[in-house]
Design a protein around this ligand. Structure first.
Ligand SMILES: [Ca+2]
Ligand SMILES: [Ca+2]
Length: 268
């Protein structure tokens, strides 16, 4: 009797061992990767770009205005956008603008810094959501570099905003590479709706005068300017339309012309 029991026990243990063997083989097959990546990694800096790749079959990109997160083989790029644009009120001549940050007392010595602008990249379809945005200093020669996050190979509208200028969009969505150049200054048609003014033969600028940033140059802005003139304001004021550091009657004529011209922001 006891011999029979031991025999059954041995049989049972044998079956268990066989099952384990099959199980191990099965696991080994399951672990075989369907995608092989030689490496993975990440980088994190002021632009907030994070990427990782380790033989993953899943790919995903999540992004909002400030952050982009990618997983798997779909990669994002920290692209560089070189822009050139002029601001009507600050334009002097010879393709140069006033160094407003100096005249308005922000910087201690004269330099090539004109003023701060905001650049946005927007989706090329409605509702044209902001993909990436950043404030940068535009130089007196109109150049400004935007280091943002976007998928190279995609086309985005480029939007320029400034504290007393009319918000201006690129004519079309611009196909971005890792290094892209876009020049608003060479033609009115570089802006959506041809919405720029010729400040010198063949040189174009964003319209000035939207002091309250409601996308129109109108009597509301004129009233703000009038008050600012009456207050003898000087320094960093959006009412300093010509950027010479003082708010006075010299700032009125340009705004008046744009108000009479019913200038407003044109964009999709
Ligand atoms: Ca306005
Ligand atoms: Ca002024």
């Amino acid at each position: 009797m006891s011999i029979r029991i031991n025999y059954n026990l041995l049989q049972f243990l044998s079956i268990v061992v066989q099952l384990c063997a099959y199980s191990i083989v099965s696991i080994a097959q399951t672990l075989k990767p369907s995608v092989i990546a030689s490496a993975g990694g990440n980088s994190l800096n002021s632009g907030y770009s994070l990427s990782y790749t380790f033989g993953e079959t899943n790919t995903a990109t999540l992004s909002n205005a400030g952050y982009t997160l990618t997983q798997g083989f779909q990669q994002t790029y920290k692209m560089t956008l070189n822009l050139k644009a002029f601001l009507q009120g600050y334009y002097k001549n010879g393709s140069m603008m006033e160094n407003v940050l100096y005249t308005e007392g922000i910087t201690a010595s004269p330099g090539a810094a004109c003023d701060t602008i905001q650049i946005e990249l927007r989706e090329n379809t409605s509702p044209y959501s902001v993909v990436s945005a950043s404030k940068q200093i535009i130089q007196t020669n109109g150049s400004v570099t935007f280091n943002g996050i976007a998928n190279a190979g995609n086309a985005y509208f480029i939007v320029v905003k400034h504290r007393n200028s009319i918000e201006t969009w690129s004519t079309y969505p611009v196909l971005l590479t890792e290094n892209t150049y876009y020049d608003f200054t060479t033609a009115a048609t570089a802006a959506y709706g041809n919405n720029q003014i010729e400040v010198e033969p063949g040189i174009f600028a964003l319209y000035s005068g939207d002091i309250n940033q409601d996308q129109n140059a109108d009597l509301l802005d004129a009233a703000i300017l009038e008050t600012s003139i009456a207050n003898f304001d000087f320094g960093y004021f959006a009412t300093d339309i010509n950027g010479d550091g003082n708010v006075d009657l010299l700032d009125s004529p340009m705004l008046e012309v744009n108000v009479n011209g019913f200038i407003y922001s044109v964009h999709p």
